[in-house]
Design a binder for this molecule. Structure first.
Ligand code: GRF
Length: 200
Protein backbone atom coordinates (compact mmCIF):
# COMPACT_ATOMS: atom_id res chain seq x y z
CA UNK A 1 0.00 0.00 0.00
CA UNK A 2 1.49 3.34 -1.08
CA UNK A 3 1.25 5.87 1.76
CA UNK A 4 0.90 9.42 0.46
CA UNK A 5 0.90 12.77 2.24
CA UNK A 6 -0.77 15.55 0.22
CA UNK A 7 0.31 19.17 0.76
CA UNK A 8 -2.24 21.87 -0.09
CA UNK A 9 -2.75 25.64 0.16
CA UNK A 10 -6.12 26.38 -1.38
CA UNK A 11 -9.22 24.92 -3.00
CA UNK A 12 -7.91 21.37 -3.09
CA UNK A 13 -9.40 20.32 -6.43
CA UNK A 14 -6.30 18.25 -7.15
CA UNK A 15 -6.60 16.63 -3.70
CA UNK A 16 -10.23 15.88 -4.55
CA UNK A 17 -9.17 14.31 -7.83
CA UNK A 18 -6.87 11.96 -5.89
CA UNK A 19 -9.59 11.16 -3.31
CA UNK A 20 -12.10 10.39 -6.08
CA UNK A 21 -9.61 8.29 -8.07
CA UNK A 22 -8.81 6.16 -5.01
CA UNK A 23 -12.55 5.74 -4.34
CA UNK A 24 -13.36 4.59 -7.90
CA UNK A 25 -10.29 2.42 -8.32
CA UNK A 26 -8.36 4.52 -10.85
CA UNK A 27 -5.66 4.69 -8.19
CA UNK A 28 -4.96 1.26 -6.66
CA UNK A 29 -3.13 0.26 -3.47
CA UNK A 30 -2.82 3.81 -2.18
CA UNK A 31 -3.84 5.56 1.03
CA UNK A 32 -3.77 9.29 1.78
CA UNK A 33 -2.34 9.14 5.30
CA UNK A 34 -2.31 12.91 5.93
CA UNK A 35 -3.25 16.22 4.33
CA UNK A 36 -0.98 19.11 5.29
CA UNK A 37 -2.03 22.71 4.63
CA UNK A 38 -0.07 25.90 5.19
CA UNK A 39 -3.40 27.76 5.36
CA UNK A 40 -5.87 27.12 8.20
CA UNK A 41 -8.79 28.23 6.03
CA UNK A 42 -7.92 26.20 2.93
CA UNK A 43 -11.06 24.58 1.52
CA UNK A 44 -8.85 21.56 0.87
CA UNK A 45 -9.06 20.89 4.64
CA UNK A 46 -12.86 20.64 4.32
CA UNK A 47 -12.40 18.11 1.53
CA UNK A 48 -10.05 16.05 3.71
CA UNK A 49 -12.49 16.14 6.63
CA UNK A 50 -15.40 15.03 4.41
CA UNK A 51 -13.27 12.13 3.19
CA UNK A 52 -12.26 11.19 6.75
CA UNK A 53 -8.60 11.92 6.11
CA UNK A 54 -6.42 13.20 8.96
CA UNK A 55 -5.32 16.75 8.25
CA UNK A 56 -3.06 19.34 9.89
CA UNK A 57 -2.47 23.03 9.26
CA UNK A 58 1.07 24.32 9.64
CA UNK A 59 0.75 28.08 9.27
CA UNK A 60 3.79 30.37 9.02
CA UNK A 61 2.02 32.92 11.26
CA UNK A 62 2.06 30.40 14.13
CA UNK A 63 5.87 30.37 14.19
CA UNK A 64 8.34 33.04 15.33
CA UNK A 65 10.64 32.57 12.37
CA UNK A 66 11.06 30.81 9.03
CA UNK A 67 13.31 28.08 10.44
CA UNK A 68 10.82 26.95 13.10
CA UNK A 69 8.02 26.97 10.49
CA UNK A 70 10.11 24.84 8.14
CA UNK A 71 10.99 22.44 10.98
CA UNK A 72 7.29 22.13 11.84
CA UNK A 73 6.39 21.49 8.20
CA UNK A 74 9.02 18.75 7.89
CA UNK A 75 7.88 17.33 11.24
CA UNK A 76 4.27 17.14 10.02
CA UNK A 77 5.43 15.19 6.96
CA UNK A 78 7.73 12.88 8.94
CA UNK A 79 4.96 12.07 11.43
CA UNK A 80 2.85 10.68 8.59
CA UNK A 81 5.71 8.42 7.46
CA UNK A 82 4.71 8.71 3.78
CA UNK A 83 6.26 6.81 0.89
CA UNK A 84 5.38 9.74 -1.38
CA UNK A 85 4.67 13.44 -0.82
CA UNK A 86 2.28 15.06 -3.32
CA UNK A 87 2.27 18.85 -3.69
CA UNK A 88 -1.24 19.66 -4.92
CA UNK A 89 -1.60 23.42 -5.22
CA UNK A 90 0.99 23.89 -2.45
CA UNK A 91 2.41 27.41 -2.57
CA UNK A 92 5.30 27.06 -0.11
CA UNK A 93 8.97 26.74 -1.09
CA UNK A 94 10.01 23.46 0.52
CA UNK A 95 12.87 23.44 3.06
CA UNK A 96 16.06 22.13 1.45
CA UNK A 97 16.28 19.60 4.30
CA UNK A 98 12.91 18.16 3.21
CA UNK A 99 13.86 17.98 -0.48
CA UNK A 100 17.06 16.14 0.47
CA UNK A 101 15.35 13.77 2.90
CA UNK A 102 12.55 12.89 0.42
CA UNK A 103 14.60 13.07 -2.79
CA UNK A 104 12.72 11.54 -5.75
CA UNK A 105 9.76 10.99 -3.36
CA UNK A 106 8.07 14.40 -3.78
CA UNK A 107 5.96 15.18 -6.86
CA UNK A 108 4.27 18.44 -7.90
CA UNK A 109 1.53 19.34 -10.38
CA UNK A 110 2.17 22.53 -12.36
CA UNK A 111 -0.48 24.05 -14.65
CA UNK A 112 1.67 24.50 -17.77
CA UNK A 113 3.87 22.46 -20.10
CA UNK A 114 7.21 22.95 -18.29
CA UNK A 115 9.62 24.60 -19.24
CA UNK A 116 7.06 27.15 -20.40
CA UNK A 117 5.45 29.50 -17.89
CA UNK A 118 7.05 28.09 -14.74
CA UNK A 119 9.49 29.11 -12.02
CA UNK A 120 9.32 31.93 -9.50
CA UNK A 121 6.07 33.90 -9.67
CA UNK A 122 4.30 31.44 -11.99
CA UNK A 123 1.45 29.93 -9.97
CA UNK A 124 -2.34 29.74 -10.15
CA UNK A 125 -3.99 32.16 -12.57
CA UNK A 126 -0.69 33.92 -13.31
CA UNK A 127 0.42 30.88 -15.32
CA UNK A 128 -2.63 31.09 -17.59
CA UNK A 129 -2.39 34.89 -17.88
CA UNK A 130 1.18 34.47 -19.15
CA UNK A 131 0.18 31.76 -21.66
CA UNK A 132 -2.63 33.95 -23.03
CA UNK A 133 -0.35 37.01 -23.13
CA UNK A 134 2.29 35.06 -25.11
CA UNK A 135 -0.36 33.83 -27.52
CA UNK A 136 0.45 30.12 -27.36
CA UNK A 137 -2.17 27.83 -28.96
CA UNK A 138 -1.46 24.88 -26.68
CA UNK A 139 -0.77 24.71 -22.96
CA UNK A 140 -1.35 21.93 -20.43
CA UNK A 141 -0.08 20.50 -17.14
CA UNK A 142 3.05 18.79 -15.88
CA UNK A 143 3.78 16.38 -13.04
CA UNK A 144 7.43 16.49 -12.03
CA UNK A 145 9.74 15.41 -9.21
CA UNK A 146 10.58 18.24 -6.83
CA UNK A 147 14.21 19.26 -6.43
CA UNK A 148 15.83 22.34 -4.87
CA UNK A 149 14.60 24.62 -7.65
CA UNK A 150 11.12 25.92 -8.52
CA UNK A 151 9.41 23.64 -11.07
CA UNK A 152 12.88 22.40 -12.16
CA UNK A 153 12.85 18.70 -11.19
CA UNK A 154 12.68 15.76 -13.66
CA UNK A 155 9.42 15.72 -15.65
CA UNK A 156 7.27 12.62 -15.13
CA UNK A 157 4.07 13.20 -17.13
CA UNK A 158 2.51 15.98 -19.26
CA UNK A 159 -0.82 16.50 -20.99
CA UNK A 160 -1.58 19.17 -23.60
CA UNK A 161 -4.71 21.33 -23.63
CA UNK A 162 -5.92 23.55 -26.51
CA UNK A 163 -6.36 27.30 -26.07
CA UNK A 164 -9.35 28.86 -27.88
CA UNK A 165 -9.91 32.43 -29.08
CA UNK A 166 -11.57 34.44 -26.34
CA UNK A 167 -10.33 32.26 -23.50
CA UNK A 168 -10.03 34.13 -20.21
CA UNK A 169 -7.46 33.04 -17.60
CA UNK A 170 -10.29 31.60 -15.50
CA UNK A 171 -11.81 29.62 -18.38
CA UNK A 172 -8.38 28.32 -19.38
CA UNK A 173 -7.48 27.37 -15.78
CA UNK A 174 -10.65 25.32 -15.48
CA UNK A 175 -9.99 23.53 -18.79
CA UNK A 176 -6.39 22.75 -17.79
CA UNK A 177 -7.58 21.43 -14.42
CA UNK A 178 -10.41 19.30 -15.89
CA UNK A 179 -8.60 17.98 -18.96
CA UNK A 180 -5.04 17.70 -17.64
CA UNK A 181 -4.28 18.18 -13.92
CA UNK A 182 -7.07 16.04 -12.55
CA UNK A 183 -6.08 13.25 -14.96
CA UNK A 184 -2.28 13.12 -14.95
CA UNK A 185 -1.82 13.52 -11.19
CA UNK A 186 -3.98 10.47 -10.31
CA UNK A 187 -2.46 8.54 -13.24
CA UNK A 188 1.06 9.27 -11.96
CA UNK A 189 0.21 8.20 -8.39
CA UNK A 190 -1.37 4.99 -9.68
CA UNK A 191 1.74 4.19 -11.75
CA UNK A 192 3.98 4.88 -8.75
CA UNK A 193 1.81 2.57 -6.61
CA UNK A 194 2.11 -0.12 -9.31
CA UNK A 195 5.90 0.27 -9.44
CA UNK A 196 5.76 1.46 -13.07
CA UNK A 197 7.35 4.78 -12.03
CA UNK A 198 10.28 4.38 -9.68
CA UNK A 199 10.59 6.68 -6.66
CA UNK A 200 13.30 7.20 -4.06
C1 GRF B 1 -4.09 25.07 -9.57
O1 GRF B 1 -3.86 26.10 -10.52
C2 GRF B 1 -3.07 23.99 -9.75
O2 GRF B 1 -2.66 23.87 -11.08
C3 GRF B 1 -1.92 24.49 -8.98
O3 GRF B 1 -2.50 25.11 -7.84
C4 GRF B 1 -3.80 25.61 -8.19
C5 GRF B 1 -4.86 25.24 -7.17
O4 GRF B 1 -4.99 23.87 -7.14
N1 GRF B 1 -1.01 23.43 -8.66
P1 GRF B 1 -6.03 23.13 -6.13
O5 GRF B 1 -7.42 23.42 -6.63
O6 GRF B 1 -5.81 23.73 -4.75
O7 GRF B 1 -5.68 21.68 -6.24
Amino acid sequence: MLRIAVCVSGGGTNLQAIIDAIADGRIADTEIVRVISNKKDAYALERAAKAGIEAVAVARTDYPDKQSFQDALLGAVDEAAPDLVVLAGFLVVLPEKMVAKYRKRIINIHPSLIPSFCGDGFYGLRVHEAALARGVKVTGATVHFVDEGTDTGPIIKQKAVEIFDGDTPEVLQKRVMEQAEWKILPETINEIAAGKIKIG
